[in-house]
Design a protein around this ligand. Structure first.
Ligand SMILES: *Cc1c(COP(=O)(O)O)cnc(C)c1O
Length: 363
């Protein structure tokens, strides 16, 4: 069985967790502080604030930007649902822009069409490890005075034109087990703005700066030292894993080149893509899935229903028609690309796709 994702926990992670267990300090403490410092330095941002998940990272980021009822935030419908739900949590209104058909990230021209007097922020998602069109998005944000909140939950370590993702605005990361690095559950927010970083620290801790003095409505969105201990070790491994993901992607692309009806992932010019997912389109998705399943190979469809068509949005009256996102949901197929795959396993994955693509269609 070749799985679509395979988190790696080594002896060092285990030892680091045992050390925390033995220390008696289990909740947020010095390991969290150390993880924040190292993560900020690794990203190239001035501050990092650790939280309990990528979802709470997005929620806190919006609150720290003072986004709430009456405000609109533009995001992509082709993502994990947290990219939009965080806007609802903040009491603001999500507006959906369509995506680019080549890279599946939010389309800057469509963002401009969604801007109103109420728009406060844009949440671009660096989907599958591919940077969103940040140069154009940064220009739009500057022109209209909008905040940028990067959803970098799938893009640890990616860059665009030499600039790391996570430094274009406020940026949110997830450490869920399937991501490029993990802490079990966990999240991180990066920013260069000291005031925002301070607000985020207060919000994750019950609105408290001084013990039991609650200056605002906050939450318990803390990370534990157990998670941070794992994260500190994973941070020493993630560059190597990203490089392996890139090599794996190159091998799949070489092997799939020329297979009829198969479109391999495109990398945006100037980008380093960290291949959280390796996502293709094929002429016949059902037949390709059957071929993969027959050979014991896992796959994923990210995402089968675009966010604006999910029940939670339908119920809220969303009737948007976003043709590129809707077509992508009907076509995409993600193949195993994780760093634990061997060359022979990668060949098996590609061969299964090629076999389905080359099978004659029975009339
Ligand atoms: C994983 C993910 C999230 C949410 O992260 P959690 O840690 O699972 O809460 C948000 N956005 C995107 C694009 C993700 O892939």
């Amino acid at each position: 069985m070749i799985s679509i994702a395979k988190p790696f926990i080594g002896e060092e992670e285990k030892a680091a967790v045992l050390e925390v267990l033995g220390s008696g300090q289990l909740a947020q403490g010095k390991r969290v502080r150390e993880f924040e410092e190292r993560f900020a330095a690794w990203v190239g941002a001035r501050y990092a604030v650790a939280v309990s998940s990528g979802t709470t990272a997005l929620h806190v980021a919006l609150l720290a930007h003072d986004i709430g009822p009456g405000d609109e935030v533009i995001t992509t419908p082709f993502s994990f649902i947290a990219s939009a739900n965080c806007i609802l949590y903040a009491g603001a209104t999500p507006r959906f822009a369509d995506i680019d058909p080549l890279y599946y990230t939010i389309d800057p021209a469509s963002i401009e069409q969604q801007i109103t007097r109420r728009t406060r922020a844009i949440i671009p998602v660096h989907l599958f490890g591919q940077p969103a069109a940040m140069t154009a998005i940064a220009e739009i944000a500057a022109k209209h005075g909008l905040a940028i909140i990067e959803d970098a939950c799938q893009a640890h370590g990616a860059t665009l034109n030499g600039q790391p993702l996570g430094t274009w605005g406020t940026a949110c990361y997830s450490f869920y087990p399937t991501k490029n690095m993990t802490t079990g559950e966990g999240g991180m927010i990066t920013t260069n703005d000291p005031a925002l970083a301070e607000r985020m620290r207060v919000l994750r801790e019950h609105g408290m700066r001084v013990r039991y003095v609650h200056e605002t409505l906050g939450y318990n969105f803390r990370m534990t030292d157990l998670q941070a201990a794992i994260g500190l070790v994973q941070l020493t491994r993630v560059d190597g894993w990203n490089a392996q993901r890139q090599r794996n992607a190159a091998q799949l692309t070489a092997r799939l080149a020329g297979a009829p009806g198969v479109a391999t992932p495109q990398v945006r010019p100037g980008a380093t893509h960290v291949f959280h997912q390796y996502t293709v389109t094929v002429a016949d998705r059902e037949r390709t899935i059957a071929s993969l399943t027959e050979r014991g190979i896992g796959y994923g469809i990210y995402y089968p229903i675009p966010i604006h068509q999910q029940q939670v949005y339908r119920e809220r009256g969303y009737t948007d028609v976003l043709p590129v996102a809707e077509a992508a949901s009907a076509k995409v197929l993600s193949l195993p690309v994780h760093p634990a795959l061997t060359e022979s396993e990668l060949d098996q994955v590609a061969d299964a796709v090629v076999a389905a693509a080359c099978e004659p269609v029975l009339a």
